[in-house]
Design a protein around this ligand. Structure first.
Ligand SMILES: [Zn+2]
Length: 113
C-alpha cells in the first residue's frame, strides 16, 4: 500500500520536469526499482493511472527497470550481484559490503513532448 504515496511522488517529479521543459505532456517515465527497495513494480503500475489522471502524466507510458542488489568487495572493489547465503566476492573471495544499488526508487528518465 505504501506504493500509493510513492507513485504520487513519481507523478509529481515527472510533471515537474515536463513543466521545466515547457512540455505539454509526459510521454514516458522510466523508473528504477531496486529489489531491496521494498517497492513492488506491479503495485506502482496499478496506482499510476489513478495518480496520473488530470496531470501532465496522464496517458504516459510507465517503464519499470528492476535493479538487482549489488555488493562491493572490500578487498578488490568489484561490484557483484548479491547471492543467497554468501557475501563472498566472486572475483577474489573477499567480503562484500552493502551498496545503495538495489535500494532505489528513482525516476531515471522522463520523455516529454
Ligand atoms: Zn573481490
Amino acid at each position: 500500500m505504501h506504493e500509493y504515496p510513492a507513485t504520487k511522488r513519481i507523478v509529481d517529479i515527472a510533471e515537474g520536469r515536463a513543466r521545466e521543459a515547457g512540455a505539454r505532456r509526459v510521454v514516458r517515465i522510466l523508473l528504477d526499482i531496486g529489489d531491496a527497495s521494498g517497492y513492488v513494480g506491479d503495485s506502482v503500475r496499478m496506482y499510476f493511472d489513478a495518480c496520473a489522471a488530470g496531470t501532465l502524466c496522464e496517458g504516459a507510458e510507465l517503464e519499470i527497470r528492476r535493479i538487482r542488489v549489488k555488493m562491493r568487495c572490500r578487498a578488490c572493489g568489484a561490484l557483484f550481484e548479491r547471492r543467497p547465503l554468501t557475501f563472498e566476492c566472486p572475483a577474489c573471495g573477499g567480503e562484500g559490503a552493502p551498496t545503495a544499488i538495489g535500494r532505489e526508487l528513482d525516476v531515471a528518465a522522463v520523455d516529454v513532448e
